[in-house]
Design a protein around this ligand. Structure first.
Ligand code: GN1
Ligand code: MG
Length: 376
């Protein structure tokens, strides 16, 4: 935890002021920045409260500054989150859930100049960026699968598109091509190899989008950002507690959630690992996640959905490659970067993973089919 000496007094003052607007009781005493997530800024803020018997204890909350370059409709986004969290709380009243605090005027956000803030409960937990414990992976599959089924009776048309065309792979490619033409930072010459490979697989990478537009895959309420670190686990039992990061909960395909989870969790290395020769699909992890996910969802899936689950992993790896590469070409405006080549390294790692998935596609399909037959 940040001590007073390590805290930036200006940030501390700002976070304290925001806490007041959300009527958080007790003296504020510290904060720490949580450096997970590539888009929003997150702080854990700590207060002193009475434990009910006159003794002081610490209570923590999460304060987040939403990146409004990525999320251009933050008010609508927060409305989605209120609806979705309410729906989940009604269906699972005794489970731990996310709660966003409201201001006196009833808003679950605070606009402070150009900054857009929100505040939620803090759940003591562990998260994983990489994990080869197959029990944890299977639980992650169950958690995201259950998230889908909890929302399967929620009217998708009540949700705003917080980022329009978020998983429209065709549009991601079109944007990449247009930005390559413009080449505003002079970086295209250096990325020709990556670009050519991505263009060579364009039709396969856009298969889900094409099928969706042709009405061959149903729209559901999807999480749309199913990295394993968006599931919080109990520190002792490692049971999944709650799915977080609801910014992109909106209509989507089941393959978006399955594919994104796999491309993150089942890579042998982190998604931005520069040693790309080590990147690839860990079939054990794939299998464990598929078991958990299909156990929860199999009975609701259509045959087309099942037949495209393995492919969706390749699709999501390619789609994210186009996004990382596009951001590199535009001068790193969207994703937070830790080094000048970070977005290019991310691109290369996702491409290496996608190539390996192509080699393992038959095995991936066999696993999905077997799970579906057992759990449907
Ligand atoms: C972003 O910030 P985070 O980690 O929740 C991004 C995802 C990408 C991911 C890649 C809204 O997610 O789509 O897959 O980075 N979220 C948004 O790490 O663009
Ligand atoms: Mg996210």
């Amino acid at each position: 935890m940040a001590t007073n000496n390590e805290m930036n007094p200006q940030i501390a003052r700002k976070l304290q002021q925001i806490g007041k607007v959300f009527n958080i009781p007790g003296p504020f005493f510290s904060y720490e920045e949580i450096k997970m997530g590539n888009v929003n800024h997150t702080y854990k803020v700590n207060y002193i409260v009475d434990d009910g018997s006159g003794m002081a204890k610490t209570k923590s909350y999460l304060l987040q500054r939403i990146n409004t370059y990525a999320f251009q409709y933050p008010v609508e986004l927060m409305e989605n989150i209120d609806r979705v969290t309410q729906h989940i709380r009604q269906k699972r009243p005794h489970s731990l859930s996310l709660y966003f605090y409201h201001t006196d005027s009833g808003a679950n956000f605070l606009m402070d100049g150009d900054d857009f803030w929100r505040m939620s409960n803090y759940v003591p937990s562990v998260t994983f960026n990489t994990c080869d414990d197959i029990h944890v992976i299977k639980s992650t599959g169950e958690a995201f699968g259950e998230f889908q089924t909890l929302l399967s009776d929620f009217a998708a048309d009540q949700l705003f598109y917080t980022i329009p065309d978020f998983h429209n792979t065709r549009k991601r490619y079109e944007k990449l091509k247009a930005d390559v033409e413009a080449d505003p930072c002079g970086r295209v010459a250096e990325v020709r190899e990556e670009l050519n490979w991505l263009l060579s697989v364009e039709d396969l990478a856009c298969k889900l989008t094409d099928m969706q537009l042709a009405g061959e895959l149903p729209l559901r309420v999807a999480h749309n950002d199913t990295k394993i670190n968006n599931v919080l686990f109990d520190q002792e039992t490692l049971a999944p507690l709650v799915v977080i990061d609801l910014d992109t909960v909106m209509p989507g395909l089941v393959g978006h959630d399955f594919g994104d989870a796999i491309r993150f969790a089942a890579n042998f290395v982190a998604e931005d690992c520069p040693e790309i020769e080590q990147a690839g699909l860990n079939l054990n992890v794939f299998w464990a996640f598929a078991e958990g996910f299909l156990q929860k969802t199999a009975s609701e899936l259509t045959e087309n959905e099942v037949n495209t689950l393995a492919l969706s992993c390749f699709v999501l790896a390619c789609e994210l490659s186009t996004r990382f590469l596009d951001d590199y070409i535009l001068g790193d405006k969207y994703f937070k970067i830790k080094s000048p080549q970070h977005n290019l390294e991310r691109t290369r790692c996702q491409i290496a993973l996608a190539k390996d998935m192509l080699k393992k596609m038959d095995a991936m399909n066999a696993i999905v089919k077997d799970c579906w037959e057992r759990f449907r």
